[in-house]
Design a protein around this ligand. Sequence first.
Ligand code: PHE
Length: 348
Amino acid sequence: MSLEQELNQHAGLKAIFDAAMVDIEKAGRPDELEAARVKYLGRKSELSLLLRSIPELPQEERPVVGKLGNQLRAHLEQSLADRRQELEGGELEARLAAERVDITLPGQPFPQGHLHLITQTMWEIEDIFTGLGYRIAEGPEVETDYYNFTALNTPEGHPARSEHDTFFIEGHPDLLLRTQTSPVQVRVMEKEEPPIYIISPGKVYRRDSDATHTPMFQQVEGLAVDRNVTMADLKGTLETFTKAMFGAQREIRMRPHFFPFTEPSVEIDVSCLICGGSGCRACKNSGWLEILGAGMVDPNVFDFVDYDVDEVQGFAFGMGVERIAMLKHRMTDIRMFYDNDLRLLGQF
Ligand code: PHE
């Protein structure tokens, strides 16, 4: 016989059972359940009072109330515990459902930067020349007069010095911000014997500022010293570079020029990137754009580093990285690189 059936023997206990089971079932929250516990099992509950009053009950009623009353109490305790667990489980589920995170949603976008166009161009130039077997050599930006000028066949008083409006260091007449990366040629040749194939990238400084000049800019200088090096090697090397940088259709031409440390010296032009050579505003109708300076290393420079001028020859070239980037991306003002306007920089 189930407890429920047995309780039919005592109308009072049965009534407690019925009411309690309804309230426990109805309780939807832990506080409601606690109220039901107090109501049916608390010290002042009907059941507790009844159990406490057993001694005063008529003789034949006592065992029935004692036994069934205790069973009822145990049953209600168990029902409360079961319901509590149900509620807690439900609460957890409800919380899990409410706080659920969709991990497949895209995250907060985070602005991402990238390398500056000048750095990208510098790395592109370096890649092309290291691919041709050149190695990268670097030197100081604060240079001595000797390496920047004298050892490059530009002695004091030489008119070529005045072309490089130089920043000197106050109180140190012998020190300056290098006007070119060419001093690295001399530094490498002093320490090493030919064959030498190097490029020297880096910052250089001149007291200049307009649409095509900034007081600081970047150069990549190249130097090749070996036996039987001719101007044809120089031309082939720079043609290979130009086609790799600007496209296979590009042609180059050499124009006579002057640099103190190369003899003969040339400037290299590339066929206009805009009109392809037929003539337009960008190339001032010439069909050509100047990209760099170059020449055969002057034997005087080899004398400064004690190379045997009867044994070795060399060529050198130097380019402005900003100029290459401006031509490639058709920019008109060099200062745009250093304005740090993300609307411009973000395009590259
Ligand atoms: N250093 C030269 C300049 O800055 C460029 C150059 C380098 C020319 C190497 C010839 C050879 O103007």
